[in-house]
Design a protein around this ligand. Sequence first.
Ligand SMILES: [Zn+2]
Ligand SMILES: [Zn+2]
Length: 759
Amino acid sequence: MERHVRLQVSGVVQGVGFRPFCSRLSAEIGLRGSVRNTSAGVAIELFGDPEGIDSFIVRLQTDCPTLGHIQSIAMVLDERITEADVSSFEILESGSPGEGNALFPPDIATCPDCLRELRDPRNRRFRYPFTNCTNCGPRFTIIEGLPYDRPLTSMAGFAFCERCWSEYNDPVDRRYHAQPVACEVCGPRLSLLSGDGSPLAEGDEALRECTRALAAGEIVALKGLGGFHIACLPEDAPVLRLRERKKRPAKPFALMIRDDLVAEGLVTLSPYSRQLLNSPRRPIVICPHKHLSGISPYVAPSQDSLGIMLPYTPLHHLIMEELPVLVMTSANLSDEPLVSENGEALAKLKGVADLLLVHDRPITMKIDDSVVATAGKRSILLRRGRGYVPHPVMTKREMPQILAAGAEMRSTFSLARGRTIYPSQYIGDLKQLDSAIYYEKALRHFLKLFDLRPTLLAADLHPSFACTGIAKKVIGVPENTLLVQHHHAHMAACLVENGFEGMALGIILDGTGLGSDRHTWGGEFLLGDARTFTRLGHFQEAPLPGGDRAVLEPWRFALALMERTLGQDAARSMAEKLWPERKHIFEKILSTLDAAPLTSSSGRLFDAVSAILGVRAEVSYEGQAAMELESAAKDYAEPAPFEIREEGGVLILDWKPLVEWLVAEGLHLGPGKASSAFHFGLAEALSDVALELSRRTGVRETVLSGGVWQNKRLLSLALPLMERKGIKPLIHRVLSPNDECVSVGQAAVASLHWGVKPA
Ligand SMILES: [Zn+2]
Ligand SMILES: [Zn+2]
């Protein structure tokens, strides 16, 4: 007797060489049958020895291709048969699209095999900048729909040459069914354009000209995988010119570095950072900057670290052969989204780039480089983009289809269905019109790609967020809308990511978010689960003078904190010492302070400390004051003081003792030691808060979320302090702690309010 089974495999199983893998495995075990892509994943039919089939199923999971990830294997048929009219194992054409549940991989860095060919003068793909295979190359950025097959990618317009076609159709070739397969003869080509768009060179000549121009100090826009970069040498003159042209005075630029060896001369590489840098995701990794690295100080002004990445496309590898280090920053103007189309690049980068190196493979969906910082062996995702998207977050419970609209500043959206939440890539600040357009385009793209039609909407409490409006425009009038409080969404995202379903405490620290009481929250101590929460405490509130201006001018909130701590006269005279050039406006601010809105923001507290210590009183990008404060910290073992007290059953973390200490002692110690004491003192105070709340509630699991937790110094200090007190911190792993995670949390909260099916 023979056995006949049909398997339905879901997960990341398309575009990763999964079908050739099935073909090899069946040949090895001696089974017959077929495999094909479906829009729900991969369908496998097997005929043969019963035990052989069992071992096939086991090895499907244990030997799965590196880039693949099996989510589930469902046996839809299992029968005994006497004979079957099947004599071989075949890879069949894709089935017709149905309910789309398939996952596909992110864009993957060039693999070692392709790299070898790229450098081999005898190979027909020698120096071909678009080479790729089943194990590497573009995916997310070229897909237009599922199933993942060439006609539904931006490679549809490139007809295979004979040799590529035979590789594509040969089950033992490493390019078998690799959708973006191409070569010099049939594939995408490079062109070098002048700043005003006139063609200068084509193909390899374009590449060589571009490298020569970079070496001569020119600024070049390069079309990459997810969009354009702007590249130049990391030297004073080109970097200053780029800052001037890009209207970006201080925000750090990332560097692309040829390899580990070159990186070691510039930054301190921990084994974990090295591993992240070299991973197929190839994120930008933030590493401590070595002195005398030779990198211009204008690359990352007032920062003790550099964001570096290794080349991740063949084009990058070819350029970096000539130039070991290049500034490689997203091509955009100030806070706009990055540029991804050739025409758009010419229009928007006019006057920024001297030259443009473009190609004719369209980018279907633009995406920024991901940025990761490390604290020990932990990754802190600062921006989730290329290499990570569209990997989903898996949940323990079934969910209806939900669209979660996210937050405003670091916006993302999320789509939920079944046990899967698909978070979008980082989109940006929706106050920028172009970001709002990008948001809408990405949302429509995700809906089409995953074949979703959500009628349930989860959104922020804030009545005027652009994302909520765009979401409604795209899906129509929702059947039901749930408004989710911002910090509760942070907490729920972290709970879902950690698969934790019980009650937890939350220490949610960020800039601002609208609270349930209509106040501006931002330093919150919560108790709850992914369904509901109560606010057990918060940072001491203070007036935020100047509204949005307070974000750009941290000295304003610093003045308010000093007034609340020292009284008006002492605050005024201290402010006159600290910021004499702004003397003329102090009186007006102080006299209207009582009318300013109150906030418990912890992010603004970091800004204010930075302003008082003379690190940064005004900023040119959000978070600058806090980042520079963290960078300034020098080792100093004393904690700055905070007070924890109770007011009407609510726990208050008060910064008044801190402010007193800053003006009395901190200023004498200098910004390095005082910043260190501030971080240490706050970490200690937060661990005491967690301990106190844990005593009161019996709950030990504590979620740490919110943009402030991107601060690696604070996180590295707080985690061991909390653990020593018996607290179990829950932190983000695959999502960013900043507002990018809010949409995932909104989806999680809403799913528990609407029709939960039992787990
Ligand atoms: Zn490859
Ligand atoms: Zn070809």
